[in-house]
Design a binder for this molecule. Structure first.
Ligand code: NAI
Length: 337
């Protein structure tokens, strides 16, 4: 029989990583030396569904690899220097991209575009060449634009598969559950919130009305929590005072989404989470990338769920989201065109 503390540890681990059937899965992290990349590499080393970890950065990845490689889990770890991108991508099934610059106080995510657009485009070009069937998880901001940049880059190379490309919006989902739990005196496990739209300010649309705890939040408390979910990233940027944006909570969110994808790829049924993908939901309005609940399966995107019933307040949030999201997507596409 398990001791109580071991049982507790296992059950808390299973909140981040659930494992069912296991298969050989090689995962690469591009930007592994950074504020997100390092703790993300640590968490992926702890995920039993990752069998091989390939860590790449223009700075510092071999050191991170040597460090996490001593952790006593089964996966093997290799680190690659700036001129070894192709080797880093050899045989990978999943590529997670947190490469690029983060925000400083007063910056929006869109202010990062000039620097990060070309970083993401160049990395996507290498993935298209070396690992064209890999699943690509984009963390680098502005996600609303970097995902279309990756899509257009892969498309140009003739290897774009919409079922294999994901913008990681999990941090918004994690924050929404945490903040709702805080004002509901509940455990975040019991307060999941579907967050749709994109990943920046007004494009982040939490659907609190679809949750029993969320439905109970009204008036000023509702306005406050919506604002906090949309601008929670600013709290971290401000508190870090020039030293960057969310890294630890983002690494947690990135590892959580990667684990969900790996479970789907391994054949687990019913793995459903919001993520920013090529989507038919608002394509008629010229918005062909959108985050909504997506079922993950053996081929990546298995099924894109409709947004479902929403309240009048949420309709207003969605109305504010769509035009901004459209601009962000077009900016990404124009960069590659
Ligand atoms: P960081 O500056 O600490 O790390 C970025 C890393 O990328 C550095 O190690 C750098 O050497 C590396 N890098 C730069 N160019 C590269 C290239 N061409 N190839 C490989 N690696 C390269 O930044 P941090 O805090 O880790 O943030 C990374 C990105 O993640 C930022 O764009 C940030 O805005 C974004 N982010 C996204 C979130 C989300 O919810 N999707 C949440 C928080 C941050």
């Amino acid at each position: 029989m398990l001791s109580r503390s071991v049982a507790r540890t296992l059950s808390s681990q299973s909140r981040l990583f659930s494992s069912s059937a296991t298969r050989q899965t090689k995962v690469a992290v591009l930007g592994a030396g950074g504020g997100i990349g390092q703790p993300l590499s640590l968490l992926l080393k702890s995920d039993p569904l990752v069998t091989s970890l390939s860590l790449y950065d223009i700075r510092g990845a071999p050191g991170v690899a040597a460090d996490v490689s001593h952790i006593d889990t089964a996966s093997e770890v290799n680190g690659y220097a700036a001129d070894q991108l192709d080797q880093a991508l050899d045989g990978v099934k999943v590529v997670v991209i947190p490469a690029g610059v983060p925000r400083k106080p007063g910056m929006t995510r869109d202010d990062l575009f000039n620097t990060n657009a070309s970083i993401v485009r160049d990395l996507a070009t290498a993935v298209a060449r070396v690992a064209p069937t890999a699943h690509i998880l984009v963390i680098s901001n502005p996600v609303n634009s970097t995902v279309p940049i990756v899509a257009s880059t892969l498309d140009k190379a003739g290897v774009f598969d919409p079922a294999h490309l994901f913008g990681v919006t999990t941090l918004d989902v994690v924050r929404a559950a945490r903040f709702l739990a805080g004002i509901s005196n509940a455990n975040p496990r019991d307060t999941p919130v579907t967050v749709i739209g994109g990943h920046s300010g007004a494009t982040i649309v939490p659907l609190l009305s679809q949750s029993s705890y969320g439905k109970a939040v009204t008036g000023e408390a509702y306005e406050k929590i919506v604002h906090r979910i949309q601008f929670g990233g600013d709290e971290v940027v401000k508190a870090k005072d020039g030293a960057g944006s969310a890294t630890l909570s983002m690494a947690y969110a990135g590892a959580k989404f990667t684990n969900a994808l790996l479970r789907g790829l391994n054949g687990q049924k019913g793995v459903i989470t919001p993520t920013f993908v090529k989507s038919p939901l608002f394509a008629a309005q010229g918005i062909d990338f959108f985050s909504s609940n997506v079922e993950l399966g053996v081929n990546g995107v298995e099924k894109i769920h409709p947004i479902g019933p929403i309240s009048a307040e949420e309709q207003k949030l969605l109305d504010a989201c769509l035009p901004e999201l459209k601009k962000n997507i077009e900016k990404g596409k124009a960069f590659v065109a």
